[in-house]
Design a protein around this ligand. Structure first.
Ligand code: C2E
Ligand code: MG
Ligand code: MG
Length: 765
């Protein structure tokens, strides 16, 4: 029999028919001959065989059917639970079938997705155009194209999906002429996570590319696998130069091998390292980078890559060092400044205390530096300071500190002395060496200049335990050295403190000096250098102390200033001097002038003009015979007020002279602004004027400039005929000094006028 399958119904029908045939044959057995019987038996046998075959086939069919069912069920489950959303749609984009995954994705119930539900209603409005265009294209050119869309979930939020479709034709259709009745098998994949990852990767790549910090990635064998543009910008190496190579290509060899060993130990131990490292660019230049290295591990915890991120901090370090230098070093001389000096001295004190050692602090101030600076210009002044700095450094050991405090003040610390004796001896030697070094001529831009200095010395621990104390006492000693005629050094001593104590007793006594008529005026002639004639006198005050004898003004005028006693004393001086002048005028010396010194505080008296007018009137003296001497310090204190006062005094008719010119802060440039009639060049410039030095240059320029400005010059402190002659030749009009006469009491003065010769000294200072 053929292979055609029979249904159960057919089979039982077949059985019934055979059974009926067999019954018919048995019923009519007597009418059937043997031949016939044999034929029937054959037919029945065949029928039985056929029936068995049929039954076997039927069994097989049943088996296949149940297998099919299982397969269909499985398939259905695959369809429903597939990781991809499936939709079957017609050419109008109506949903014919959808799986569970898509329902899940969009949070809909299966029911809400059936019944030719219109798919585009789930698509983001902005994506509709592209969807429509592409969807139609699926039906015209059935290619498996992908579309990226945003689908709206039931809660309103959107999910990014990728959609692809395949056109399917009904299986019964033999010849395909149109796709109208075809349907589309669509699969939808949620790509949100992938998209986000892609975006993150894109961002990471952007950061990598655009980072200002150099980035270098190596594999676990230290082979460079990636570098970014900043890496190239810093190191000068292109990616091609370094890929596959080891980062040691950047090595500067500035660090010892232990440095790298420790770095890698830490990376291996903790997974990262951070620090500063010197490397080398492609062009050989060294640079400092701030580097952090991180190990990237695989799923087994083994380092698979290393990432180095660095920035070039060479410039920053340089700037920091510059700032540090600026904060601690003097720009002009490169010496440590006040700040660093203080730190070093502080440390020095701590160390000396621990080791029971001695330290000496030297306070050095150049003599009359300001005048040199002002008359010859800052350029020369700066060169001199640099030269001095260099020589000072040459006088001490490398470990000692020489610092500049600004202006012409230098501080030196010498340390590590075992005891007082060594400290004193050694420091004195150094101080002497410094003085002798400084006095040697400096060649400053082609001209020779020399300078001297006054040095004050204080010792730790004898003269103080703190920075402030040591500095104060060194300063006191320095002023003492200045007072002793400059160009020398003085060690601080308790005597100096004694002197301060003496001062307080003087202060006490001074309060009654005026009342007790202990103050007297001496007079020193001012001489016309060209004619040798006395043209006037300077009134100089002295104090006849009942116990201490004759005290010079330098010792008590500052006290009078501080205590305010100066106003009374000053007025007394003006009265006495004017009374004396009136006497001399009356005695036939009618052309004589009188110079009176005014102190700072006196000058600031608001009624000074009135007082002077009153005095002049009361002695009937013409104002042009009175000259008022003020010092540079006074003039520079309060410039505007000073100018006002000077103008009113000049209006009154008295003349103004600037005393001790060259020792203070004023400069010739300022001079123009001040209404001044006379300059008195300080005697310290005259002292060595016959020797070859810069004093000559300074005095000559002052004379020249003053002449140009129509200001008279009086040179103080002329002690020798040669000095008078030199100044006369230079065109200086007036002079004053022991060569002509010492200051003397009024009674001797007229004798001096006639004689114009030297006198004995009035007091010993
Ligand atoms: P000064 O006004 O510059 O007075 C000139 C000083 O130089 C005087 O000192 C005088 O004795 C001294 N001298 C004059 N010729 C020579 C010389 O050839 N060689 C040397 N080595 N010295 C010479 P003195 O009298 O001791 O006065 C010192 C300062 O005291 C004055 O300097 C002046 O600033 C101040 N002083 C004097 N009298 C008064 C006063 O009545 N009032 C005020 N406020 N200050 C006064
Ligand atoms: Mg004077
Ligand atoms: Mg003077």
């Amino acid at each position: 029999m053929g292979g055609a399958l029979m249904s159960n119904k057919d089979l039982s029908h077949f059985r019934a028919l055979r059974h009926e045939a067999e019954s018919l044959v048995a019923e009519h057995e007597e009418h059937i001959d043997d031949v016939g019987k044999t034929e029937f038996a054959k037919v029945f046998h065949e029928l039985t065989v056929h029936q068995i075959e049929l039954e076997m086939q039927n069994e097989q069919l049943r088996l296949i059917q149940s297998e099919l069912l299982v397969a269909q069920k499985n398939l259905n489950q695959f369809f429903e639970q597939a990781p991809v959303g499936y939709l079957v749609m017609d050419n109008k984009a109506r949903i014919l079938q959808s799986n569970h995954t898509i329902h899940d994705l969009l949070n809909y119930h299966a029911d809400e997705f059936g019944n030719k539900h219109y798919f585009p209603q789930h698509i983001h409005s902005e994506d509709l155009i592209i969807f429509n265009a592409r969807y139609q294209a699926f039906f015209k050119r059935p290619e498996n194209k992908r579309i990226e869309l945003r689908l709206q979930k039931q809660n309103g939020s959107f999910v990014r999906v990728e959609l692809s479709g395949r056109l399917v034709h009904p299986f019964f259709k033999k010849k395909i002429s149109t796709h109208d009745d075809a349907y589309l098998l669509v699969n939808i994949v949620d790509v949100s996570a992938r998209k986000q990852l892609e975006e993150e990767l894109k961002l990471a790549a952007k950061v990598f590319e655009n980072s200002d910090e150099g980035i270098l990635i190596t594999d676990h064998q230290s082979r460079i696998v990636k570098v970014n543009p900043a890496f190239t910008a810093v190191t000068g190496y292109d990616a091609d130069d370094v890929l596959g190579k080891s980062p040691t290509i950047l090595k500067s060899h500035k660090h010892p091998p232990e440095f790298y060993r420790e770095m890698w130990n830490k990376i291996n131990r903790e997974g990262s390292w951070q620090g500063e490292i010197w490397n080398r660019r492609k062009n050989g230049e060294f640079y400092l980078e701030c580097l952090s290295v991180n190990a990237i591990t695989d799923q087994f915890g083994r380092a698979s890559h290393f990432i180095g991120i660095f920035s070039d901090i060479t410039r920053r370090r340089h700037d920091e060092q510059q700032i540090e230098t600026m904060a601690h070093y003097d720009a002009l001389t490169d010496l440590p400044n006040r700040v660093l000096f203080n730190e070093r001295l502080k440390h020095g004190i701590v160390r000396a205390t621990r080791h029971k050692q001695w330290i000496s602090v030297l306070f050095l101030d150049l003599d009359r530096f300001k005048t040199l600076n002002d008359t010859l210009g800052h350029f020369i002044g700066d060169l001199l300071l640099q030269g001095v700095a260099k020589r000072l450094k040459g006088c001490v050991r490398e470990s000692d500190t020489v610092s500049r405090f600004g202006g012409d003040e230098f501080m030196i610390v010498l340390s590590d002395f075992e005891d007082e004796q060594t400290a004193t001896l050694h420091t004195a030697e150094i101080a002497k060496k410094i003085l002798s070094e400084l006095i040697k001529a400096f060649d400053l831009s082609g001209n020779k200049f020399m300078t001297t200095a006054s040095i004050g010395i204080a010792f730790f621990p004898k003269d103080g335990h703190s920075v402030a104390e040591l500095m104060k006492n060194a300063d006191t000693a320095m002023y003492h050295a200045k007072g002793l005629g400059r160009n020398n050094y003085q060690c601080y001593s308790d005597d100096m403190r004694e002197q301060a104590l003496t001062r307080s007793s003087l202060e006490n006594d001074l309060r009654s000096a005026l009342e007790n008529q202990e103050l007297v005026l001496y007079y020193q002639p001012i001489v016309n250098l060209q004619t040798s004639k006395t043209v006037g006198f300077e009134a100089l005050i002295r104090w006849r102390h009942p116990k201490r004898g004759l005290i010079p003004p330098d010792l008590f005028i500052p006290i009078a200033e501080e205590t305010g006693l100066i106003t009374g004393i000053g007025e007394w001086v003006l009265h006495s001097a004017c009374r004396q002048l009136k006497n001399w005028h009356g005695a036939g010396q009618s052309g004589l002038k009188m110079s009176v010194n005014l102190s700072a505080r006196q000058f600031m008296q608001h009624d000074l003009v009135e007082i002077i007018r009153h005095i002049l009137e009361s002695y009937a003296i013409e104002p042009q015979y009175l000259e008022l001497e003020i010092t540079e310090t006074v003039i520079m204190k309060n410039m505007n007020q000073t100018i006002k006062m000077l103008k009113s005094l000049q209006q009154l008719g008295v003349s103004i002279s600037l005393d001790d010119f060259g020792t203070g802060y004023s400069s010739l440039t300022y001079l123009k602004q001040f209404p001044v009639n006379v300059l008195k060049i300080d005697r310290s410039f005259i002292k060595d004027i016959l020797e070859e030095n810069d004093d000559k240059v300074i005095v000559n320029s002052i004379i020249a400039i003053a002449e140009h400005m129509n200001i008279d010059i009086i040179t103080e402190g002329i002690e020798q005929a040669g000095q008078a002659d030199y100044l006369k030749i230079q065109g200086c009009q007036f002079g004053q000094g022991y060569f002509f006469a010492m200051p003397c009491v009024a009674e001797e003065c007229l004798f001096v006028v006639k004689k114009n010769g030297g006198q004995s000294r009035d007091y010993n200072i």
